[in-house]
Design a protein around this ligand. Structure first.
Ligand code: ADP
Length: 379
């Protein structure tokens, strides 16, 4: 028995942080990256630069890997099936992953297993959107392309039939959903192994700004024990029913009348789990690796009563390192994670984490550091 090789498709920050988690375990890590400059490609020793949409490239990459996993969900399902037919261990496998690739498939499956979702159906054209509006709560409503969206791209808030045309331009099937009047967004994150062992992290509050995840608070403040347990159970059920292997993020809406509805699934490490790197006994990345290798999973419990993660977005000020002196001097407990990405306005280039006993203080420290590094405040 030698140390296994884990191959990750995608060279973004999720691959970079998964690689980091594998180092203390001696796990060998191979990356299929779009370019040699991608976040993970900069720091890993074994990098293949190639196109994940090309089956021959995937096949060559998989040679010598004990298992293949992903930092994004864009690999065509049929390629994953071909790899499995070659005998490659693909985790999560294509039958699970398709639910994170195609929102239509995901909605149909969640309905089948009785998981609460916003009312939805596939719509054919703008006139059909109006029929859907009449069947449900009317306009405004939400249209989503079933494939290819991320960070709010591929999502349209539509007030009238005349606004609906944009969603159909890509030629991808369109899902209509009632617009949920939620009080906040939550994420229930779990990790499941092929053995069927699973762990659940505390449910977090996910604060979104302009369709992009901004801040995570763990655990979600004021969430009742009953709703928290319900959300964790729901995520564990989804992981088991869909046969997920690895980390599963279930993005949820909490409604004013105390219900939770599933918005979205991600079957890989996820932004809503970054807080676990510093704030939990075992990070999402370490547990994702354990799961895909079918090792026993690590303790998901938090280290402190409160952990806050704030994304660092690029601003107008390109030199993030210049901010380290001030941030580190101000807050010795601050944890900074930078992804090696060029600073561009609005781009996620890193995150910061703080933890402690006093939520307002923990939040203020994370917010301050994220804003200071971005350059939106200067003291
Ligand atoms: P993406 O795949 O790009 O992350 P999501 O489906 O998560 O897209 O939608 C992005 C954001 O749009 C969500 O975080 C939420 O704020 C909002 N949103 C999505 N669906 C609905 C809905 N049915 N009702 C209200 N808001 C929604």
């Amino acid at each position: 028995m030698t140390f296994p090789v884990v191959g990750m498709v995608g060279g973004g920050q999720l691959a970079r942080m998964t690689h980091e988690a594998g180092i203390p375990l001696g796990i060998r890590f191979r990356i299929l990256s779009d370019t040699a400059q991608d976040s993970a490609a900069q720091v890993a020793a074994d990098v293949t630069v190639g196109d994940y949409r090309d089956l021959d490239t995937l096949r060559a990459f998989a040679q010598g890997c004990d298992v293949i996993t992903f930092d994004h969900e864009h690999v065509p399902t049929e390629h994953l099936r071909a790899l499995e037919a070659d005998g490659v261990a693909v985790r999560p496998g294509p039958d699970a992953l398709v639910h994170a690739q195609d929102k239509g498939v995901m909605r149909a499956k969640l309905a089948e297993i009785g998981v609460p979702c916003p009312r939805n159906r596939i719509v054919a054209d703008p006139a059909d959107v109006t029929r859907f509006a009449a069947e449900t709560a009317g306009y405004p409503l939400v249209l989503k392309t079933v494939r290819g969206g991320y960070d709010g791209k591929g999502v349209w808030f539509v007030r009238a039939e005349a606004d609906a045309a944009d969603a159909f331009r890509a030629g991808v099937p369109v899902l209509a959903e009632e617009k949920v009047d939620f009080v906040r967004e939550l994420a229930a994150n779990v990790v499941r192994s092929p053995h069927g062992q699973a762990v659940a992290y505390p449910v977090v509050e996910s604060v979104q700004v302009d369709g992009v995840c901004d801040t995570m608070i763990a655990p979600a403040p004021g969430l009742s024990e009953a709703l928290s347990a319900q959300a964790q159970r729901l995520a564990l059920t989804v992981a088991a029913e869909l046969g997920v292997v690895g980390h599963l993020a279930v993005e949820l809406f909490e409604t004013a009348d105390g219900r939770i509805l599933v918005n979205e699934l991600a079957m890989r490490p996820h932004n809503s789990g970054h807080w676990t790197m510093d704030g939990a006994a075992t990070s999402q990345f370490a547990n994702h690796l354990r799961a895909v290798l079918d090792l026993p999973l690590g303790d998901p419990r938090p280290r402190a009563p409160w952990t806050v993660m704030a994304n660092v977005l690029g601003g107008d000020y390109p030199d993030m390192y210049a901010g380290y002196l001030h941030c580190m001097a101000r807050d010795p407990g601050l944890k900074i994670h930078m992804y090696g990405k060029d600073v561009k306005p609005g781009r996620k280039v890193g995150h910061v984490t703080t933890y402690g006993d006093d939520l307002p203080d923990v939040r203020e420290r994370a917010r301050h550091a994220a804003d200071y590094l971005r350059g939106t405040i200067d003291e």
